[in-house]
Design a protein around this ligand. Sequence first.
Ligand code: SF4
Ligand code: SF4
Length: 97
Amino acid sequence: MAQIDAIVGWKDLPFGCHVYEPGSTAKFRTGDWRSQRPVLDKEKCIRCGMCWVFCPDMCYSQTEEGYFEANMEYCKGCGICAHECPKDAITMVPEED
Ligand code: SF4
Ligand code: SF4
């Protein structure tokens, strides 16, 4: 699990939870509330990048080998990457496994 830098109380939140500071979403580690994670099968992966394109949290980055790896600090476990992968190379597994 990701570490939280500081606990923000509800009284400290801006009205309507608006975001006023550009680029500040990096502070919100959405991986904290993930219940399942994507696991890549490199034997099936063709390195097309569709997982990177469709991930709503933009948490994929490309390795030197050309594969795409999700940053677990931000992956919220939605499963969109697994759904969109044309080669079924991504399997969603329960977080406790
Ligand atoms: S979408 Fe599937 S095949 Fe394409 S890079 Fe991602 S894991 Fe590999
Ligand atoms: S499970 Fe969702 S958030 Fe996680 S890498 Fe896949 S598309 Fe992104």
